[in-house]
Design a binder for this molecule. Structure first.
Ligand code: G3P
Length: 218
């Protein structure tokens, strides 16, 4: 299972890359706005900082302009994945860009029917948003289960399921149980994966017992 980090904060990306847990980065226009940095320059920097795919989202809503924006984004670096919304125009742009060999991440997926369309359009990744469905009282993880089941029925679907809008460790564990290919999560959610109160408590006890021996390994 691959982990992507859902942020445009270059310092966070660099720090978390050092954990060896990060296989890619996802950004969106909201995260870019939060960074306060020029979009194209920031994507170039992120692409240098990581070896895996870096999602950079188009902002046009018509297919021809999305395709032009996608080509410009893809020219930044080989590891750019152009992100397009799951709309009719977005899927036309997905097909054109994918056919030309560009990685495409189809985002804002909220139904299994939409995920089928993304696969048929040749998307490299489809991003179902689990947290935003949960926020509405729906079951985001049930959507992941549906998409995993459907894609498994069609070996010619090569689209990877990239679970997005992740709120915490339980989403990551549930997505892993369903067999999703990738989870993208904010830096804090990734850090939460490392934590357990019994790990802290156990370590404290071991260290205090060790200190009483007066020994040192080095
Ligand atoms: O980048 C797409 C997605 O992960 C956004 O998540 O937290 O804004 O619902 P969120």
């Amino acid at each position: 299972m691959k982990f992507f980090i859902d942020t445009a904060d270059l310092d966070e990306i660099t720090a978390l890359t050092e954990t060896g847990m990060i296989n890619g980065v996802t950004t969106n226009p909201s995260l870019i706005a939060k960074s306060g940095r020029p979009f194209l320059e920031l994507i170039a920097d992120i692409c240098q900082a990581v070896t895996g795919p870096v999602s950079a989202e188009v902002t046009a809503i018509d297919a021809p302009t999305m395709i032009n924006e996608g080509r410009k984004l893809a020219a930044i670096a080989e590891n750019v994945a152009v992100k397009v919304p799951l709309t009719e125009d977005g899927l036309i742009a997905c097909k054109t860009l994918s056919d030309a060999g560009t990685m495409v991440n189809v985002t804002l997926c909220f139904s299994a029917a939409q995920a089928i369309l993304a696969a048929k359009a040749g998307a490299t990744f489809v991003s179902p948003f689990v947290g935003r469905l949960d926020d509405l009282g729906q079951d985001g993880i049930a959507l992941i289960e549906d998409i995993c089941d459907i894609y498994a029925n069609f070996p010619n679907f090569t689209t990877e399921i990239l679970v997005a809008s992740v709120r915490g460790p339980q989403h990551v564990v549930d997505a892993a149980k369903m067999g999703a290919d990738i989870v993208t999560m904010p830096p804090d959610a990734l850090r939460q994966l490392f934590q357990h109160p019994l790990t802290d408590k156990g370590l404290q006890a071991f260290l205090s017992d060790w200190a009483r021996t007066g020994q040192s390994i080095l």
